[in-house]
Ligand binder design. Structure first.
Ligand SMILES: [Zn+2]
Length: 287
C-alpha cells in the first residue's frame, strides 16, 4: 500500500508534468474506481489549468483555475505514469494496459496515466466549500516534514494522551499521514519504546522533553530517506508488493527475530500488536 513517501514521490513525478498545464483531453476507461467518478468529471477538467500539485497526508491535492480542486488518493495499488505525448504517439504505442483507468493529456505535452489494479483509488473534484468540509482533510495535524511539525507541536499534541506513544503517532490529529511502517522505524531510530505512554515526551505543562526532539528528528529522517529512495527508483510497478529487496530498506519493520541494528546493542527485534497494527521494536535500546 502506498505510504507517505510513495505519495510524495508521486507528487514530485506529477508536478513538472501538470503544474501550470491545461487538461487538453481526459479519458475515463471505466465509470468508477472505489466509487463513481464525479458527474461530468472529464468535461469539468478539460480546459482548466492546474495551479499547483500539492500533498496533504496521503492525498494529492491539485487546485485548478476553475476554482475546483482535484483530490486524488492512490488507495491500495494506485500509481501514476508520465510519458511525453510524442512518445505516446510514436510509431508503435503500446496498447493500454488492463488497469490503466484514467488518462490526462496535458498541454505540457505529457500524458499522465492512472493505473490501479485493485481500484481502491479515489478521484474527486471539489468546490472550495466541499474542500473545507472534507471529512478526512479537515482536522489533520501538521505535515511531518513541515516546519510546523516540531518538538513543541508534538509535545503539545501528546501531553494529554494516555495511549501508547506508537498509537498516538498513528492518530492523524497528532501528525498527518505518518503511517505504521514509518512510526515503527522512527521510534527505533529515536530509541523510544512504542508502548511508553505518549504523554511522557512532554512535561506536565506540555513542553517538549528531549525525547520529543529526538522523535521529531527521527520521523523527519526516516521519511526524507524513504522519499529520496522512492524518487530514485526509476521503475515503479503498480503491482509491486513488498519484495525481499524492499524490506531490506527497513531498520526494524518486518524484521522479527533479527539482531537489532543499533550499534553496540545486543537486542533482538520483537513483534507485537498495538491497536491492531504490527509493531517491531528492540526492548534493549528502545525505552
Ligand atoms: Zn536495540
Amino acid at each position: 500500500m502506498p505510504e507517505l513517501p510513495e505519495v510524495e514521490a508521486t507528487r514530485q513525478l506529477l508536478e513538472p508534468a501538470m503544474r501550470g498545464a491545461r487538461f487538453d483531453r481526459v479519458l475515463l476507461r471505466r465509470a468508477d474506481l472505489r466509487r463513481a467518478f464525479p458527474p461530468d468529471f472529464a468535461a469539468r477538467l478539460t480546459g482548466t489549468t492546474v495551479d499547483a500539485v500539492t500533498r496533504r497526508a496521503k492525498y494529492l491535492v491539485l487546485p485548478l483555475s476553475s476554482g475546483e480542486t482535484l483530490v486524488m488518493h492512490l488507495g491500495m495499488s494506485g500509481d501514476f505514469g508520465v510519458q511525453s505525448r510524442e512518445r505516446a504517439a510514436s510509431a508503435a504505442p503500446p496498447p493500454p494496459r488492463a488497469h490503466d483507468h484514467v488518462v490526462f493529456e496535458m498541454s505540457s505535452g505529457c500524458v499522465v496515466t492512472f493505473t490501479d489494479p485493485r481500484r481502491f483509488g479515489v478521484m474527486d473534484l471539489l468546490t472550495r466549500e466541499a474542500l473545507s468540509a472534507h471529512e478526512t482533510l479537515v482536522g489533520l495535524g501538521p505535515e511531518p516534514l513541515s516546519p510546523e511539525f516540531d518538538a513543541a507541536a508534538l509535545a503539545r499534541a501528546c501531553a494529554r494522551r494516555r495511549v501508547p506513544l506508537k498509537v498516538a503517532l498513528l492518530d492523524q490529529r497528532v501528525v498527518a499521514g505518518l503511517g505504521n511502517i514509518y512510526a515503527v522505524e522512527a521510534l527505533h531510530l529515536a530509541g523510544l519504546s512504542p508502548s511508553r505512554r505518549a504523554s511522557t515526551i512532554a512535561t506536565p505543562t506540555g513542553k517538549p522533553r528531549p525525547t520529543a526532539m529526538r522523535l521529531v528528528a527521527a520521523i523527519k529522517k526516516v521519511l526524507t530517506t524513504a522519499i529520496a529512495r522512492q524518487s530514485n527508483t526509476t521503475y515503479r510497478s503498480a503491482f509491486a508488493e513488498a519484495t525481499a529487496d524492499e524490506s531490506a530498506r527497513f531498520r526494524v519493520y518486518d524484521r522479527e527475530g533479527e539482531a537489532c541494528p543499533t550499534r553496540g546493542c545486543a537486542g533482538v527485534i520483537r513483534r507485537s500488536v498495538q491497536g491492531g497494527r504490527s509493531t517491531f521494536a528492540c526492548r534493549i535500546c528502545q525505552r
